[in-house]
Design a protein around this ligand. Structure first.
Ligand SMILES: [Zn+2]
Length: 138
C-alpha cells in the first residue's frame, strides 16, 4: 500500500473553495441538499455536483461527478478530493458530510491514494479508512 497524498494549506483551501463554488451549481430540486466536489488530479482541479433525478435511485453524487470529470480529462493519479455539503446545518454530525458507500467504492478504484478533505468534519481521511476492504476484480 502506498502512502496517501498530502496537500499544502493553499491547495487545501483552493480545493475546498472549488467544492463550495461547484455546489452552487448542483441540481438538487428534490433533496435541496447541494453538494460539490473538487478532485485534484496530476495537473488540474475537476469539479462535480450532485445531479438528482425524479427517479431517485438514478441520482449521481458530486464525488462521482467530479471523478468522472477527472477521468474524461485523463488527469490521474488523483491526489486529493474535497467535498462540501453547503446545505447541511452547521451542527450536523460528521456523518452527514461523508461520502456514501457507492462513492467510497469509486474512490477506492479511481483515487485510492487521495487525501479526502471533507468540509464540516474534524480532520482529513484516507480512502482506505473509509473503505478498508473494497470490492475488486483481478
Ligand atoms: Zn455518493
Amino acid at each position: 500500500m502506498s502512502t496517501p497524498n498530502s496537500v499544502d494549506s493553499a491547495t487545501r483551501e483552493r480545493l475546498l473553495q472549488s467544492a463550495r463554488e461547484a455546489a452552487l451549481k448542483a441540481y438538487a430540486p428534490y433533496s435541496k441538499f447541494r453538494v460539490g466536489a473538487a478532485v485534484l488530479g496530476a495537473r488540474d482541479i475537476h469539479t462535480g455536483v450532485n445531479v438528482e433525478n425524479a427517479s431517485y435511485g438514478l441520482t449521481l453524487c458530486a464525488e462521482r461527478s467530479a471523478l468522472s470529470a477527472a477521468v474524461v480529462s485523463a488527469d490521474r493519479p488523483i491526489r486529493a478530493v474535497a467535498i462540501a455539503c453547503i446545505d447541511a446545518p452547521p451542527d450536523s454530525s460528521p456523518g452527514s458530510f461523508m461520502p456514501c458507500g457507492a462513492c467510497r467504492q469509486w474512490l477506492a478504484e479511481l483515487a485510492p491514494d487521495a487525501l479526502l478533505l471533507i468540509a464540516g468534519t474534524p480532520r482529513d481521511y484516507t480512502v482506505s479508512e473509509l473503505l478498508p476492504l473494497p470490492f475488486t476484480l483481478e
